[in-house]
Design a protein around this ligand. Structure first.
Ligand SMILES: Cc1cc2nc3c(=O)[nH]c(=O)nc-3n(C[C@H](O)[C@H](O)[C@H](O)COP(=O)(O)OP(=O)(O)OC[C@H]3O[C@@H](n4cnc5c(N)ncnc54)[C@H](O)[C@@H]3O)c2cc1C
Length: 382
């Protein structure tokens, strides 16, 4: 039977040095940003911040210098991710491109695509969206129906993507389309494309979430022309490629740190001498966080080594999002304070934001049930 492969390791001295650099950068750049803004975590979208972060060399950190990268290790990059999340920096304008679109192009893109897109991503100039889910295909991603049909010089795309975060404020999407219908073999005939979101025939309609916010969208494609040079990898290899992309998407520290501002506020609220119950809760949350961090770091190492740690990434996301969802509940049980949004203390507002948003943590990037299916299959149990 297969087993999990989580190798534990220490952060090297150069990663500790980067920690000082990024902390210094964040302290200078974020200044007096309020706790409520910091609670948005990697949901905050601010192109100006992303540009400054890129300028300082903190985007595309592991990529080759010839593509605008900085040839640093995955562990150095990891430190930057955890520090930006812990500080509640508004990272959304570069997060997807840095985390998955850029690495995907590095692995499967053409030389021309790498030269065209990677340096601009590393400068924090390009925002990418993820075009996977469709109205009838979320968990069962291989059942997508949006068609990209071969025409002279490229493909003609028709169909709809849904839940596309930030499509309305992004420049490009990496989208999965069906280029061929292979009866009874839904994983075949899929291909990935770079899509310019300003292309003629693309209509982007907002979806307002339960908390009243607009971050995701429906993206309609009506006879949209996508040129040949925007195909990523090989026509028909989309499924193999997209699973690599999902491993990039699922294993990072954003899968257990989305509620970290509430932990920080809880520690502030508990003060220098917390009561016994508060000390137990804070100790337990910290221990869980440290364990998740080791697991997530180990996946970062495997990704760096060019492996495809799908199974381990699914474990990190499932356990990590359960943890970050549990934090508002634990805080509620400990303090008995009701969450507030527009009023109340800073602590209550951060709490209110997370109570509203935590349910989505285990949906985005693949639901709990689906991840557990992947884990069971990976362990040879089904
Ligand atoms: C905040 C947020 C941001 C998102 N951003 C993006 C984005 O940018 N781009 C993008 O492409 N998508 C995005 N998504 C979509 C997300 O990936 C999907 O919502 C998710 O994959 C689930 O698909 P679905 O909503 O169609 O649910 P469904 O697939 O219809 O699932 C409904 C329920 O059935 C369960 N279920 C389904 N299949 C099985 C099974 N085989 N076994 C057991 N249970 C099952 C699921 O776990 C779930 O509870 C986002 C979602 C959220 C919440």
């Amino acid at each position: 039977m297969a087993t999990f492969n989580f190798e534990l390791g220490e952060l090297p001295p150069e990663a500790q040095k980067v920690r000082e650099e990024i902390r210094d950068f964040l302290a200078r750049t974020l200044g007096g940003t309020s706790a409520t803004k910091r609670a948005l975590s990697w949901g905050g979208f601010d192109r100006e911040f992303s540009r400054k972060l890129g300028e300082a060399g903190f985007i595309g950190m592991t990529w080759p210098k010839k593509y605008g990268g900085h040839e640093r290790s995955a562990l150095e990059r990891y430190v930057v991710l955890e520090e930006t999340l812990a500080a509640g920096a508004p990272t959304s304008a570069h997060w997807v491109a840095d985390r998955q679109s850029g690495p995907l192009l590095l692995r499967f893109g053409t030389e021309e695509q790498r030269r065209r897109f990677l340096p601009r991503i590393a400068k924090g100039e390009l925002a990418f969206a993820i075009g996977m889910s469709e109205p009838d295909s979320g968990s069962d991603l291989a059942s997508i129906r949006t068609r990209a049909e071969r025409v002279e010089g490229g493909y003609r795309v028709n169909g709809t993507k849904i839940w596309t975060s930030n499509a309305h404020i992004s420049d490009y999407a990496i989208a999965l389309f069906r280029t061929k219908v292979v009866p009874d073999k839904k994983h075949e005939g899929l291909s990935q494309f770079l899509v310019d979101l300003k292309s003629e025939g693309i209509g982007i309609r907002p979806i307002i979430d339960l908390a009243g916010g607009h971050h995701f969208n429906e993206v309609h494609f009506q006879n949209v022309f996508v040129p040949d040079d925007m195909l990523v990898g090989k026509d028909g290899d989309g499924w193999k490629q997209v699973t690599t992309e999902l491993a990039f998407e699922r294993s990072g520290p954003e899968r257990y740190l989305s509620s970290v501002q509430l932990v920080i506020e809880l520690i502030r609220e508990a003060g220098a001498e917390p009561g016994e119950r508060a000390a137990v809760v804070i100790g337990r949350l910290t221990a869980h966080m440290a364990t998740l961090r080791q697991m997530s770091l180990s996946v970062a190492g495997m990704l760096q080594a060019g492996q495809n740690p799908n199974l381990e990434a699914a474990v990190v996301k499932d356990v990590g999002t359960s943890f970050e969802q549990e934090i508002p509940e634990v805080v509620h049980a400990l303090l008995g304070i009701e969450p507030r949004l527009g009023s109340g203390s800073q602590f209550e507002r951060v709490f209110g934001y997370l109570v509203e948003h935590a349910p989505s943590f285990s949906l985005r990037g693949g639901t709990r049930e689906v991840l557990r299916g992947i884990i069971a299959r990976g362990l040879g149990l089904r």
